[in-house]
Design a protein around this ligand. Sequence first.
Ligand SMILES: *Cc1c(COP(=O)(O)O)cnc(C)c1O
Length: 395
Amino acid sequence: MDTKQIIETAEEKLIHTYNRYQIVLDKGEGVRLYDTDGKEYLDFGAGIAVFALGYNNKEYNDAVKAQVDKLIHTSNYFYNEPAVMAASALTKASGMDRVFFTNSGTESVEGAIKLAKKYAYLKTGRTDSEIIAMEHSFHGRSMGALAVTGNKHYQEAFGPMIPGIKFAKYNNLESVKELVNDKTCAIIFETVQGEGGIYPASKEFIEGVRKLCDEKGILLILDEIQCGMGRTGTMFAFQQYGVKPDILTVAKALGCGVPIGAFLATENVAKALVPGDHGTTYGGNPLACAAAAKVFELFDKNKVLDNVKSVSKYLEDRLDELVNQYEFVSERRGLGLMQGLELTISPKDIIARALDNGLILFSAGTNVIRLVPPLVITEKDVDEMILKLKKSFEE
Ligand SMILES: *Cc1c(COP(=O)(O)O)cnc(C)c1O
């Protein structure tokens, strides 16, 4: 099929849930993507914070291919070695005790909600437990995850939402305290809000919520589906705050392109789930887990975290220059290689022009350009991105 046919057929056959750019991506190499016309793009989106290791990483590809030839799927009624390797690496990297593998971020959030509810049920016998979530949060599109997503626009047509969800203001501890009552079983938020516009949690907020949870016997669920897996310079963003969640959700970069997510918990919380409580057909299958296990191995071997720390400092400085230089760039926010530039104009046109100039960017919230590149970018890539972005600003 040629490019035009692919686009036309997609518009005819796929349910129209996305307004896609008129580009068909064909292959990738490092931090660059190529469309079917051979045009090159510098990728500062990484498939929405997924492709941490860059495209066409040989060791990663070889590991996935080897597992394809060996065994792709079993079922969760049997053990498989890749799942054990991935679980060991993930629990070690996060400091959590146990993991349940899923196929996506939204499923990880579903599992986290069920675990919190079951834990509360065992403790109190309550079947009417409540969860406090944050305004402008994003946790996914399935009914449970959507219910804790603080965005009326996403929820409206799909009501009723699951009951017992209340929304507090992110980074506002008082607003959380006001919503706590004896039905509250969990507080959920993103350590760095992604879709909502790249807002890192403040130290006071995250420490305050942790303390509140400890005092009241409430579980803290941190969603690190976007900000986890090294993106902020530590394996998980919460590790920079000196707090630990009771339940953690992970996905996006966990498999670096092979669909896999997970929710993790401390031993005490995890044991609330027993056979029959939760399950998945695909989750934790050998193919996805071989990919995730290799991702952890390559993070270590290639010192990915060191690169994030050094290059993100450089990126922050270059972005701060843009804030000083352009009147319509009002603020930079972010942690590590999860950065946002807030604009006083719509980011839509800028992002479209950037694509023309061979640069892939996503937006976040209504007025933020989001930069979530592969974690292997160099300062040279940052310079090229800045040139292309400036060109897009000036056009
Ligand atoms: C992307 C995302 C999700 C949903 O993950 P999917 O894999 O798209 O289901 C949930 N939470 C956060 C913070 C995300 O960024």
